[in-house]
Write a protein that binds this ligand. Sequence first.
Ligand code: NAP
Length: 271
Amino acid sequence: MRVTVFHNSNSKSLRTAADLESKLKQQNFELVEANPEIVITIGGDGTLLSAFHKYAHMLDRVRFVGVHTGHLGFYTDWRDYELDELVASLRRDDNEQVISYPLLDVGVRYAGDNAMNHYLALNESTLKRVSATMVADVYIRDELFESFRGDGLCVSTPTGSTAYNKSIGGAVLHPRLEAIQLAEIASINNRVFRTLSAPIIIAKDEWIDLYPDPQGKDDYVMTVDRFVPKKRPITAIRYRIAKQRIAFAGYRHTNFWNRVEDAFIGEKQRE
Ligand code: NAP
């Protein structure tokens, strides 16, 4: 089996990666960088996001496994001291245990270019204006829904709902749901300007279009997870659920609500 180990640069991750690579070699796994069947990330959710973008062109033939060297993450199931168990699971590899999650397709039109540029997001994509109010028309299924004014808008996947989306008041979605969520970032609401002022979750066969006001076009920033793909004026963005999904080698199942509870609530005090 072809495996790659992708890690962040903190010292614990570096040690864990070296340890894992030597265990994998001992068990005759082929360590490769290009064309792996399994990508094992060592670090946090941010590390898995980076690995996802590195291997996003081959999602139909790669599965991910996350080892965390900090706190329990949303994409990381294994602890750094469980490497022997992880290698044993990989040896027993069972394709039927794959678990996969929806991704966000981000279609962008840049000024002066009619072509649609596509990006994939694992967590979310945002459109923000840096120095002044962002003004953008929001369409759902080609119908004008609202004219937004504020700092920006965020469209997230179910697994991304616990990330930036949650910080701006979005709902946490179970990743079995095939849906995407639109959440506002500091919308302006007064007698003149009005938005829904609540996150919305759209169905699988729907799409959201954003048309930023051309007046501020040089000032908009569009993010895809932790990246800004191109710093070019944007005329339109279409968000929909992607055809591709991210697959995890499902050697271990962690209940989603236990994970949410562990990450955000922790020890509860009962009377
Ligand atoms: P980062 O430092 O890599 O991530 C920021 C925090 O978000 C880290 O604690 C990270 O966990 C956590 N995180 C990432 N994906 C998550 C998920 N699906 N559910 C719950 N927590 C998650 O920051 P970055 O490189 O700029 O951006 C990576 C992601 O961070 C973005 O996609 C965005 O969702 C999130 N972010 C959040 C805010 C905010 O909440 N205000 C601001 C910027 C970015 P680990 O420590 O395990 O890596």
